[in-house]
Design a protein around this ligand. Structure first.
Ligand SMILES: Cc1cc2nc3c(=O)[nH]c(=O)nc-3n(C[C@H](O)[C@H](O)[C@H](O)COP(=O)(O)OP(=O)(O)OC[C@H]3O[C@@H](n4cnc5c(N)ncnc54)[C@H](O)[C@@H]3O)c2cc1C
Length: 461
């Protein structure tokens, strides 16, 4: 081992340092398609240990790349062979839960699901939730400002983190473990670390905001034949369900038919043949009245011809089966590979025109083998798109990115709603951020990481 690794081993102990096959045998993405390439994985057990490690790396000019559960979708945690990966997996504890102040304090390596389970024991929820909850960590979610399935009601990670602790590139510890809802004592520094994808600091602990668990949940899958109908449903649901509307997820037929029906992995609740399928959920505090309110909304919309067909989940199991279709990202990847994955943001009223134009151009340009899948958190103005064709060359990938990203600028969209930039979208960042914004980002990066050792090459072009 090198002198640096020897010195790191003295700080973190034998459990805290992995080398050789312990590194190369580890999957580096959620599908298990790639392996970690790094000269070592360092697994500190505390913020103090990480601070000491970072002081050494800073002095040596050693590049470090933070990692959580490897479920990020933009290659943000990818290492080069000479890099050191910092894994927070030994800092995964639930430190404190305050059921009155409704806060949960966790280590950054805590899996999202474990944080949710801890909250549930007290009749509370940690409402940021997404399909990778079992593997994704709180630190990874914070660093990528993850969103997920209930953003329409509860917001993204940024809206649900009260405080955090982070270690800077030179080992300085910024302990901003705020528990207060209101704290305007100057700059709120946590926001520097939320969504900065491990380029400004390594998050080690966090204080999360919890919410009371709903006392009733009603879930339905609806089929609609036009995007105008989808919009009418969204507007009406907003009016009649108010803040009870906790999910509004749309699947285009090009998602629902191959995944719910074609894969054979699901028991399709509705037949194919419709243009759009909407998963809608009401979460409330009136177990008797809420289901009636929900049924009355759906009944009225069916009567008015807005909704063509509907299945109202009659049990939690059935609700889970409907969600399993929407969350079956693994099946989507299998179906659409080779393709490029996108998570664009755009005004809801522009979605239909944008997707139709994209489909038309892609079909004309990419030919018979073109595959397009569209779905997403429509209530948040966020669509996921997978677009591919064969043979899948680097030139084709670039052209597909151009087809998807370029039209967004004119309609006020963003190249990333929730997955972030990582390595994947650096070259397109100028479409969503001004030159002045990019210059300020570079200034921040150079002030906080002057030697450029923290996840270099990610996010900023
Ligand atoms: C099946 C599936 C469904 C998904 N659905 C959604 C969704 O609905 N909404 C959504 O927003 N995202 C979704 N995602 C992507 C989401 O961005 C990741 O799941 C998650 O945010 C990354 O967490 P992680 O712990 O796996 O981090 P990693 O993938 O390990 O890392 C992600 C990034 O964060 C950095 N990082 C990790 N930990 C730290 C830390 N402690 N300090 C500083 N930097 C760190 C890494 O360097 C990297 O840049 C989905 C992913 C999958 C696989």
């Amino acid at each position: 081992m090198s002198q640096l690794l020897d010195a790191i081993a003295r700080i973190v102990g034998p459990q805290g340092l992995l080398t050789g096959e312990d590194v190369s045998g580890r999957a580096a993405d959620f599908m298990g398609l790639t392996r970690v390439q790094a000269k070592a994985i360092v697994r500190p057990a505390s913020t103090a240990e990480l601070s000491e490690v970072m002081k050494l790396c800073h002095a040596a000019g050693q590049v470090v790349v933070p990692a959580g559960g490897y479920t990020g979708l933009v290659h943000g945690a990818v290492c080069q062979p000479d890099d050191i990966q910092i894994s927070l997996e030994r800092m995964r504890g639930i430190e404190d839960l305050d059921p009155v102040g409704r806060t949960l304090t966790v280590g950054a390596g805590c899996p999202v699901q474990a944080a949710q389970d801890a909250a549930a024991e007290h009749g509370l929820i940690f409402p940021v939730d997404w399909g990778a909850r079992g593997s994704a960590t709180i630190g990874g979610g914070i660093s990528s400002n993850a969103g997920g399935n209930s953003v329409v009601r509860y917001g993204m990670m940024r809206d649900n983190v009260l405080g955090l602790e982070a270690v800077l590139a030179d080992g300085t510890v910024i302990s901003a473990m705020n528990h207060l809802i209101k704290n305007n004592a100057a700059y709120d520094l946590k926001h520097l670390f939320i969504g900065s994808e491990g380029t400004l600091g390594i998050v080690t602990r966090a204080v999360l905001k919890l919410q009371p668990a709903p006392l009733s949940t009603s879930t339905a899958l609806l089929a609609l034949d036009s995007f105008d109908a989808v919009q009418a449903l969204f507007v009406e649901a907003g009016k009649r369900l108010g803040p009870g509307l906790t999910a509004f997820e749309v699947m285009w037929a090009n998602f629902y038919e191959p995944i719910a029906i074609g894969t054979g992995r699901h028991n399709p609740p509705l037949p194919g043949g419709h243009g759009f399928y909407v998963l809608i959920e009401l979460s409330g505090t009136d177990p008797e009245g809420d289901p009636l309110r929900f049924e009355s909304l759906l009944g009225d919309l069916i009567e008015r011809g807005v909704v063509a067909d509907a299945v109202l989940a009659s049990s939690q199991t059935q609700a889970g089966q409907i969600w399993a279709i929407r969350d079956d990202i693994e099946a989507v990847f299998h179906y659409a590979t080779p393709s490029v994955t996108f998570d664009v943001s755009l005004p809801i009223r522009e979605m239909d025109g944008y997707v139709s134009a994209l489909e038309e151009t892609a079909r004309a340009e990419l030919g018979e083998t073109m595959k397009l899948v569209v779905f997403g958190h429509m209530g948040d103005g966020n669509l996921h798109i997978l677009l591919g064709a064969q043979p899948f060359t680097p030139e084709l990938k670039h052209r597909i990115e151009e087809l998807v990203f370029t039209p967004l600028q004119a309609i006020g969209g963003s190249i990333s709603a929730e997955h972030g930039i990582g390595l994947e979208k650096r070259g397109w960042l100028h479409l969503s951020r001004t030159a002045e914004e990019l210059a300020l980002m570079r200034l921040l990066k150079s002030a906080m990481d002057p030697k450029g050792i923290l996840n270099p090459g990610k996010v900023l072009p």
